[in-house]
Design a protein around this ligand. Structure first.
Ligand code: NAP
Length: 441
């Protein structure tokens, strides 16, 4: 394409892992990007906290006055790569209000303030793109908003947090317990100094909210997502899962539920679950991410790749940047927020799944039938039971461990059952309650 359009001015906010890669690509691929967009992309400034001449970019590009940068007349597109929610939200709102298109990788912000930001973008008739906010390099927002725009999405399930997948994979490979696997992940740079957002499932919940909003044309925020992290997953759970032919994965699941009257609801939830080895998500290992989308006409689609890291995330940001810049050159806008369906959110108690319950019990006759009776009373049907004897530190028998795998039951029925089991004299301890996903039963 011949370049006839005036240059498109860019402001990048943040020069960290992602920002520095984005700046590098903008400079290194300037000629190709200009040809793809139909106008040169010109970096007007980079917002940082620390302005210094040792940052690998000309110092006159750097500023700590983010507000002034996003309001500059010669800036057309603001690329927000600062995180966390503030000051990013304020900077993005200001950019949109000043008629700039925005590209962001900020999942926490998009899961919390998507409505406010989308409205501001719509009002100013500019673009708001956020492909990098979910699963790094993996294209999943654009396939959902555009490629599948004419289909009906039924379910989106994914491994969308690399840190927790790395930890669970390490536990699976080495038999390590959670604390050791977390320490290793930290030493290797896969877990942050404060890993709470990852291991407690907050990061995955933010991504689930974004995916559910887009897939079901309904505004879903992180607060609507049921969330459990991986901190309680034990080496024994991993071993039991293996014996059952499963791996344990932290899943983000977004589902369209239809009841007998045809009423639809949305479920968005994040928890560690046993996944049978035959399911494509079971063998996604290490820091990799994957998302499986099930749509009425398309059937099952799988997206797999690097879900984080400076360069992979920058790839997704650059894709959005080219889209936003093309729209500036050619006219037109990208997809608006689609929230027409506004389906109600289903509480976790209504969600039917299969369960794995591990408990320590007294090793005497009648225990198994007492345990089975509690499941039966609440119509939680048992699919499989495993029992193994336990010995204490001196090698003496000290009870048994029972693992029960159920057929599909609601969370409410299962919770009642577990409470009743905990009250039984013969049950010494409920070790774990995990879900089993990815089976058709
Ligand atoms: P990072 O390495 O911590 O870099 C953050 C950058 O933002 C730094 O350059 C910092 O400036 C700047 N910054 C922070 N607060 C600022 C403020 N108040 N004013 C001006 N500049 C400020 O972060 P990152 O890993 O690149 O992540 C950036 C965003 O991408 C986050 O929203 C993150 O959630 C998202 N994301 C990251 C990844 C990933 O793999 N890293 C993947 C997907 C999405 P200084 O350098 O001067 O301190």
């Amino acid at each position: 394409m011949t370049e006839t359009h005036r240059p498109i001015g860019l402001a990048v906010l943040g020069l960290g892992n992602v920002g520095s890669e984005v700046v590098r690509i903008i400079e290194a691929s300037a000629t190709d990007l200009a040809a793809r967009v139909g106008a040169p992309l010109v970096l007007r400034g980079i917002g940082v906290r620390r302005v210094a001449d040792d940052r690998g970019v000309p110092i006159d590009l750097l500023t700590d006055d983010v507000q002034a940068l996003v309001e500059r007349d010669d800036v057309d597109i603001v690329i927000e790569l600062m995180g966390p929610v503030e000051p990013a939200r304020k900077a993005i709102l200001s950019a949109l209000e000043h008629g700039k298109s925005v590209v962001t990788a900020n999942k926490a912000l998009m899961a919390q303030s998507t409505g406010e930001l989308a409205q501001a973008a719509e009002h100013a008739r500019v673009d708001l793109y956020f492909e990098a906010a979910v699963a790094g390099a993996i294209p999943v927002i654009r396939p959902l908003t555009q490629s599948l725009a004419g289909d009906t999405v039924l379910r989106v399930a994914g491994i969308v947090n690399g840190t927790t997948n790395y930890i669970l994979s390490a536990m699976n490979d080495t038999g390590a317990d959670y604390a050791d696997a977390l320490a290793d992940a930290g030493a290797l740079g896969y877990a942050e100094a404060d890993p709470t957002a990852d291991v407690e499932g907050y990061d995955a919940a933010a991504k689930a909210a974004i995916l559910a909003s887009i897939a079901f044309h309904t505004r879903v925020t992180a607060d609507d997502v049921y969330r459990e992290g991986i901190t309680k997953v034990t080496a024994e759970d991993i071993a039991s899962a293996k014996a059952l032919g499963c791996n344990i994965k932290l899943l983000a699941i977004c589902e369209r539920l239809t009841n007998d009257e045809g009423q639809q609801r949305v479920s968005a939830r994040v928890y560690p679950a046993l996944v049978p080895l035959s399911h494509p998500l079971a063998t996604v290992n290490g820091a990799f991410n994957a998302v499986v989308v099930e749509a009425e006409a398309a059937g099952r689609l799988m997206f797999y790749g690097q879900g984080a890291g400076g360069a992979p995330t920058a790839s997704a940001v650059m894709g959005d940047l080219v889209m936003a810049a093309r729209n500036r050159v050619q006219g037109g806008l990208g997809p608006r927020e689609s929230k027409y369906a506004q389906l109600p959110i289903a509480p976790i108690g209504f969600i039917p799944t299969r369960y794995y319950v591990s408990m320590n019990v007294a090793d005497r006759p009648g225990v198994l039938s007492a345990v089975a009776a509690e499941f039966g009373k609440r119509e939680v049907s048992i699919a499989e039971v495993r029992q193994e004897g336990m010995v204490d530190e001196g090698g003496q028998p000290c009870g048994a461990r029972i693992v029960v795998v159920t057929h599909r039951a609601t969370d409410a029925a299962l919770s009642e059952t577990v409470d009743a089991l905990a009250d039984l004299d013969v049950v010494q301890e409920i070790n774990s309650v995990l879900r089993l996903e990815g089976t058709s039963e």
